[in-house]
Design a protein around this ligand. Structure first.
Ligand code: DOR
Ligand code: ZN
Length: 352
């Protein structure tokens, strides 16, 4: 491949971590994800969270009903772990092809995580089941103790929770979601075949300075929060490394503009509309465009044991101007105002 090709053909990518929301917002944001990705692992942190097979089936129906006509997009649903979740329900949902994975939110770590897990020790029966049936466990890897500095919460989680968990359950298949630190990248790279990580586009582009550039920037706030520059560089190195245990997961997490630009603004970056363009820019800046396809379209399905997409997409080397705001129609035909990641910037690749 030449250093700067005029176009780039990729196997259609999948998004291994996305928030599609529900109701009006689902209708507004789903087309962005469905236009780019073949499949997506859909987060269960709705209100109330998805904890049963019946709730997941109903949510899947709502997603399918909200898809644009002719879309071939497939949502892969997840179960939200609570302290009291029944392992038999998880096993049944996995066997029936309803649940693709389980999601572990430490209680109160992030948006709609109040019903999350208060103590990993309480879930040993669940972890034994997941280990036995090969059902992936997706982890939001942050401790929640108020005494731990927010910028240290991922590294401390790895040391205090993840490492002991993997020691207790060596057969557990785990995805450490949206990693943000050099410590996480090194831990995953140094682990065995059962541990993988997703990397978001925003954590490849911003460091924590972005939150404070010229004033407070709520659109750059997400959890885990962006860290120092050295960590962003470590994530870029991991993403382009060719290690199949690092793959694409956008963590696109839309909140209407009024909910972001508030006294207590919500965490989450809406990157779905230009996600593949954003990854392409990061890989190009690293001189690694030839590694984008494996990261975006091959390593994820291989880890999940799913077939690769057969369809292809084309990225054209033409600049795209990302609007400062998007007005997307919800189910009732009302416009929801959202600020996309890269708002107001020019990106050099356009999805044809
Ligand atoms: O920034 C985030 N937003 N991080 C999460 O873990 C949850 C997400 C959301 O649901 O808004
Ligand atoms: Zn997320």
């Amino acid at each position: 491949m030449s250093a700067s090709p005029a176009q780039l053909s990729l196997r259609r990518p999948d998004d291994w971590h996305v928030h599609l929301r529900d109701g009006a917002l689902l209708q507004a944001v789903l087309p962005s994800t469905a236009a780019q990705f073949g499949r997506a692992i859909v987060m269960p942190n709705l209100s109330p969270p998805i904890t049963t097979v019946a709730a997941a089936l109903a949510y899947r129906q709502r997603i399918l009903a909200a898809l644009p006509d002719g879309s071939g997009f497939t949502p892969l649903l997840t179960a939200y772990l609570t302290d009291t979740i029944d392992p038999a329900e998880l096993e049944r949902g996995f066997a029936e092809g309803v649940f693709a994975a389980c999601k572990l939110y430490p209680a109160n770590a992030t948006t709609n995580s109040a019903a999350g897990v208060s103590d990993l020790a309480k879930l040993s029966a669940v972890f034994e089941t997941l280990e036995r049936i090969g059902m992936p466990l997706l982890i939001h890897g942050e401790v929640t103790d108020a005494e731990i500095d927010i910028f240290d919460r991922e590294a401390v989680f790895i040391e205090r929770q993840l490492e002991p968990l993997l020691r207790r359950h060596p057969g557990l298949k785990v995805v450490l979601e949206h990693i943000t630190t050099a410590e996480a990248a090194a831990f995953v790279a140094g682990s065995g075949a059962n541990l993988a990580a997703t990397i978001t586009p925003h954590h490849l582009h911003i460091n924590r300075n972005a939150l404070f550039r010229g004033g407070l920037r709520p659109d750059m706030y997400c959890l885990p929060v962006a860290k120092r520059e050295q960590h962003r560089l470590a994530l870029r190195a991991a993403a382009i490394s060719g290690n199949p245990r690092f793959f694409l997961g956008t963590d696109s997490a839309p909140h209407p503009r009024h909910a972001k630009e508030a006294a207590c603004g919500c965490a989450g970056i809406f990157n779905a509309p230009y996600a593949i363009e954003s990854y392409a820019l990061a890989f190009e800046q690293e001189g690694a465009l030839d590694r984008l396809e494996a990261f975006a379209s091959e390593f994820g399905p291989r880890f999940y044991g799913l077939p690769l997409n057969e369809e292809r997409i084309t990225l054209v080397r033409e600049s795209v101007s990302v609007p400062p705001r998007l007005h997307l129609n919800d189910a009732a035909g009302e416009a929801v105002e959202l600020v996309p990641f890269h708002a107001g910037e020019l990106l050099p690749w356009r999805l044809a």
